[in-house]
Design a protein. Structure first.
Length: 202
C-alpha cells in the first residue's frame, strides 16, 4: 500500500512539474513581440537550406532563403505567400494549413481543444513539447524545442505533405526589436529587384 501511495505521489508531482513547464512555454511564446534570427533547415530526405526569419506577432512572418535556394515566404496576417523565384511561381497558403504558424499567436494555450500536447520531455539542457491541433485534422503535429538557460525557442520540427520531417533551427536570435513593416508586404517586382541586386553583390 505504501509503495502504491509513493508511486501515486511521484506521478502527481511529475504532472504538476509538467504543467508548470507548459505554463512557462505558453507565457514565453505569448510574450514575444518580434523575433529575428538566422535559420538552418534540414529535411529527413537529406535536403538542407538556410536563410533569415522575421516574426512580428500576431501572425506576421517572413522567411528569406539564401542562394542557391530562391524561395521567399511572406505572411502578412491574412494569408501566406510562397514565392519560388526560380520557377517564377507564387502560391497563397492558408495559415491554418501550416502547423508552425501556431507560434505566431499571442493566445497560445495548451487546453486540449485548440492545442493538445501529445508528448513532453525535459532534461537539464532542453525542453521539448509536441503539439497537435484537434480542430485541424489535416495538419500534422509540431515539436517545439527550447534551451533551458536562458529559456528560448531553439528549434521546431514538422512533417510536410510528403511525410518528410523538416527541422528549423534558429541562430543569433534577437527578440522584441522593432522590425520594418515592409518585411511583411509582398511586391513581386520589388522582391525580384532586391534578389537580383543581392546576387550581383555576391
Amino acid at each position: 500500500m505504501k509503495k502504491l501511495l509513493f508511486a501515486a505521489l511521484l506521478i502527481a508531482g511529475s504532472a504538476h512539474a509538467e504543467n508548470a513547464d507548459l505554463g512557462k512555454i505558453e507565457s514565453y511564446l505569448n510574450n514575444i513581440s518580434t523575433l529575428e534570427a538566422n535559420f538552418v533547415q534540414m529535411s529527413s530526405n537529406g535536403g538542407s537550406a538556410e536563410g533569415k526569419i522575421y516574426i512580428e506577432k500576431p501572425s506576421k512572418i517572413r522567411m528569406e532563403y539564401t542562394a542557391p535556394d530562391q524561395l521567399l515566404i511572406v505572411g502578412n496576417g491574412e494569408y501566406i505567400i510562397y514565392n519560388d523565384k526560380e520557377l517564377d511561381q507564387i502560391t497563397n497558403i492558408d495559415y491554418k494549413d501550416i502547423p508552425a504558424t501556431m507560434i505566431l499567436s499571442n493566445k497560445i494555450k495548451f487546453d486540449g481543444k485548440n492545442l493538445k500536447v501529445t508528448d513532453f520531455y525535459k532534461d537539464s539542457g532542453q525542453t521539448s513539447v509536441t503539439v497537435e491541433m484537434p480542430n485541424s485534422p489535416g495538419v500534422k503535429p509540431i515539436t517545439l524545442i527550447f534551451d533551458n538557460a536562458p529559456f528560448r525557442l531553439k528549434q521546431w520540427k514538422v512533417i510536410d505533405q510528403q511525410n518528410i520531417e523538416v527541422t528549423i533551427s534558429l541562430f543569433d536570435a534577437e527578440q522584441d526589436k522593432k522590425l520594418s513593416e515592409n518585411l511583411f508586404k509582398f511586391n513581386k517586382k520589388s522582391e525580384k529587384t532586391s534578389s537580383s541586386s543581392a546576387s550581383r553583390r555576391k
